[in-house]
Design a protein around this ligand. Structure first.
Ligand SMILES: Cc1cc2nc3c(=O)[nH]c(=O)nc-3n(C[C@H](O)[C@H](O)[C@H](O)COP(=O)(O)OP(=O)(O)OC[C@H]3O[C@@H](n4cnc5c(N)ncnc54)[C@H](O)[C@@H]3O)c2cc1C
Length: 389
């Protein structure tokens, strides 16, 4: 059984200063009050264009972000590969909804696909479909509302950009992850991603759909997708996550009076997640799998069912994934055992990546278990090193 408590392996790539910085950071973001103050201060600073880089860059940015540009991340991705860990460079700029912001994001994602081409440190490219259009147009289209002329044009343009990314990934032989977002956008995203998989995944998975397994309708959808892949002879690129928008989804469902799309309990989500893994591993000839989770049990479970089905640890059809700056104990220990492991590394200028950083801080505050685990691991590695000296 994989030992996720081995802190020596987990933090092999970190020097003592890195570890002390990580300790201070996780101690700070454990306090909801502190995170709330930082959130208000940074959002205000953003609004009034007050420079925050001096405070953010050496601390939380450095821990969770690879740099401002793709090139800034080159050294980091080489470093990770020394430990057998691949990278995904994720352009994480948020907040711009002007046509020029959308085109800038589109061009940046194209660059990231070109950058990944033939680069053995980079395992996938990735994009958020809402970043390629005006969110309100996509929401209305996804929920079947009538569109204005301008909104219809937005959707046509969204599909053109979406397909251009898939085509570029196909030509470059780079796997491309389509992130999942709020339920109100997801029908449109799913439908178009399925179309792209049928078109570009005939020999191998290039386009990957994302299933948020906190949704109770996802397992039935997985079965439909599997049947479609068998019938139409293509490989499903399947990225599983639990899902990041639970509170918002529950609130929206309640407010608008439709059934809650999220599993009733955490246990139901966990079971759904593991059932998805099980289904894909049983039919691996029709899938490539990307499992994005910081849950030790799910990672252990995936490793155990791979073994049960005679799938080699380094079989290129199965990747384990965690976010950069989190759960190194899972990533590095899996990589040490020869599994394919990849880190999602966000990159963007400080002011553009602030919303992402606030979410990471809030997530670690909300999930007391997660931040306590991170902090305990860091503390015990600091202690272990002291005892060695
Ligand atoms: C590499 C990677 C890529 C990701 N990409 C995406 C993406 O494209 N889209 C996206 O939405 N998220 C994405 N995420 C975030 C992910 O969805 C989870 O929010 C996050 O990873 C926490 O889940 P976990 O499996 O790591 O761990 P855990 O800590 O075991 O699970 C926490 C999750 O369980 C679920 N949950 C918690 N309480 C309940 C409850 N009471 N009832 C039902 N369910 C509950 C929620 O989904 C919560 O986030 C990604 C995560 C990773 C690591």
């Amino acid at each position: 059984m994989i030992d996720f408590t081995n802190t020596q392996i987990a933090f092999e790539s970190k020097n003592d200063r890195d570890l002390q910085r990580a300790r201070l950071l996780f101690e700070a973001i454990r306090s909801p009050f502190m995170v709330k103050c930082c959130k208000v201060a940074s959002l205000t600073a953003l609004k009034i264009h007050f420079p925050v880089a001096w405070a953010v860059k050496p601390t939380i940015y450095r821990h969770f972000v690879g740099g401002e540009t793709l090139e800034d991340c080159t050294q980091l991705s080489k470093e990770l590969m020394k430990y057998g860990v691949y990278s995904i460079l994720d352009y994480s700029a948020e907040g711009g909804n002007k046509d020029s912001d959308i085109m800038h994001t589109f061009t940046e994602i194209l660059h990231s696909i070109d950058y990944a081409m033939g680069n053995r440190n980079i395992a996938y490219a990735v994009f958020k479909p809402t970043a390629l259009t005006h969110e309100e147009s996509l929401r209305k289209y996804s929920e079947g509302e009538e569109l204005t002329q301008k909104e219809s044009e937005d959707i046509e343009h969204w599909k053109e950009c979406f397909e251009a990314l898939c085509k570029r990934a196909f030509d470059a032989d780079v796997r491309l992850l389509v992130d999942a977002e709020d339920v109100c956008f997801q029908d449109a995203i799913d439908k178009f991603t399925d179309e792209m998989m049928r078109k570009y995944n005939s020999k191998r998975a290039i386009v990957f759909t994302t299933f948020q397994m906190y949704r109770h309708d996802r397992y039935a959808y997985l079965e439909r997708l599997y049947n479609d892949a068998v019938e139409n002879n293509y490989i499903v690129g399947m990225k599983f996550v639990r899902g990041a928008y639970m509170e918002e989804e529950r609130l929206r469902a309640q407010k608008m009076g439709y059934p809650d799309p999220i599993c009733a309990t955490k246990e139901d989500t966990d079971n759904n997640y593991n059932a998805g893994l099980q289904c894909v591993i049983e039919h691996i000839d029709h899938f490539e799998l990307f499992s994005g989770s910081h849950n030790e049990e799910s990672n252990r479970y995936l490793a155990s069912i791979m073994k049960e089905h005679g799938i080699a640890n380094d079989d290129k059809r199965v990747f384990f994934a965690q976010l950069y700056g989190m759960s190194d104990n899972i990533s590095y220990n899996l990589a040490k055992d020869g599994y394919n492991v990849v880190k999602y590394i966000p990159y963007a200028p400080v002011n553009k990546v602030l919303p992402y950083l606030i979410r990471r801080a809030e997530e670690n505050t909300a999930m007391v278990g997660q931040s306590t685990r991170e902090l305990n691991m860091i503390r015990s590695e600091i202690m272990r090193r002291k005892q060695m000296n």
